[in-house]
Ligand binder design. Structure first.
Ligand code: ZN
Length: 118
């Protein structure tokens, strides 16, 4: 029987058992994954604007930043925004999808009043 101060397991002053090993598990989602709109079904919708028909996809937040064509400001990683691409793209849906743009939600909603800067 270990005497006082000679316990088999030495606890730290806060009472916790020292951790000799770290979990090798990584938090899910730390890997960079390119946006795959087909994986994000749910918030997708089609909008008809003066500038044509658009497929709009809500995005909860990306891991990288994008430049919003509406205000020419960056959309910070993790910021909810929308991705839009032409639903009636003249070069086909795949080309339109490849040319998708990331917009602030408010900028997208206001695009009828503000032309894209690029
Ligand atoms: Zn914007």
């Amino acid at each position: 029987m270990p005497g006082p101060g000679r316990a088999a397991v030495t606890l730290r002053e806060d009472g916790a058992v020292p951790s000799g090993r770290r979990s090798s598990k990584r938090p899910y989602g730390t890997e960079h994954t390119p946006l795959d709109p087909d994986r994000l079904r749910g918030g997708r919708r089609t909008e008809h604007g003066r500038d044509g028909e658009w497929t709009v996809q809500d995005v909860r937040g990306s891991e990288r930043e994008y430049r919003c064509p509406g205000c020419d400001q960056l959309i910070a990683p993790g910021t909810a925004h929308v991705v839009a691409w032409a639903a009636d793209g003249m070069f086909g849906p795949e080309a339109a999808l490849a040319d998708r743009r990331h917009w602030h939600s408010a900028c997208w909603a206001a695009r009828g009043r503000r032309r894209p800067t690029r």
